[in-house]
Design a protein around this ligand. Structure first.
Ligand code: Z5A
Length: 209
């Protein structure tokens, strides 16, 4: 059985991750590729409970890190790894880069601690491709405000969102073999077409017999 491909979507608030995960899943399924869509925090019953806790409170950065990591350990072991082993492709809305950026860069938890936890909870199941959707902070916030239901992260001050965007851009630039940065400020169709081209070139060509 050929292992499925693992694609994650990252970026700041309102970057369009959920929209583009759904578009890509639709296109892959239409082409006959079995595809699972999932998200973090969440993806399992326990992970969804942790999501409610962690988004509903304002824990200490290290507490937050451990809660996200606990949800991820369950998610990787019970959903992501089994699906990939079965040949199913997995599209995940946020993954390790969100921890590196929100808890690491933004909240100051050490990269060494984050890396050590990743090795215990994720390795060797790192994404084959990470799509970093890049949107100016004010555009992302405009979108989330228009949609309503802001999280405590959405409600942070403007400078926080500008720094967040820069941190995700650095993630994409630091690992070009895994990450692709896509201009998310365009129309959803245009973005989806770009992502599809990348998936075709980097993953589908290789997966074809
Ligand atoms: N977090 C963390 O700190 N550490 C971790 O390890 C993990 C997460 C895994 C999860 O919140 C929070 O958890 C997150 C970081 C933290 N921070 N926040 N907030 P979430 O899942 O509730 O929120 P989100 O991930 O930021 O999702 P979002 O706000 O829903 O944004 P999105 O998924 O990127 O965008 P969207 O839902 O596709 O689109 C947002 C709106 O814009 C919607 O009305 C769309 O119709 C519209 N949209 C989408 N694309 C376009 C385009 N191209 N043009 C115009 N309008 C568009």
């Amino acid at each position: 059985m050929t292992r499925g491909k693992f694609i994650t979507f990252e970026g700041g608030e309102g970057a369009g991750k959920t929209t583009q995960v759904a578009r890509l899943a639709e296109r892959l399924r239409a082409g006959g590729v079995e595809t699972v869509v999932t998200r973090e925090p969440g993806g399992t019953p326990l992970g969804e409970s942790i999501r409610d806790v962690v988004l509903g409170a304002s824990p200490e950065p290290v507490t937050e890190l451990l809660l996200f990591a606990a949800a991820r350990a369950e998610h990787v072991a019970k959903v992501i790894r089994p699906a990939l082993a079965h040949g199913t492709w997995v599209l995940c809305d946020r993954f390790v880069d969100s921890t590196r950026v929100y808890q690491g860069v933004m909240a100051g938890v050490s990269a060494d601690l984050i890396g050590a936890i990743e090795m215990r909870t994720v390795a060797p199941t790192f994404p084959d491709l990470t799509v970093v959707l890049d949107v100016p902070a004010e555009e992302g916030l405009k979108r989330t405000e228009a949609r309503g239901a802001l999280t405590r992260f959405d409600a942070e001050h403007a400078a926080y969102h500008v720094e967040l965007r820069e941190a995700f851009r650095r993630v994409a630039l630091a690992e070009p073999e895994r990450c692709v940065m896509v201009d998310g400020s365009r129309a959803a169709d245009e973005i989806a077409a770009d992502i599809w081209r990348t998936v075709e070139t980097r993953l589908l060509a290789e997966a074809r017999p």
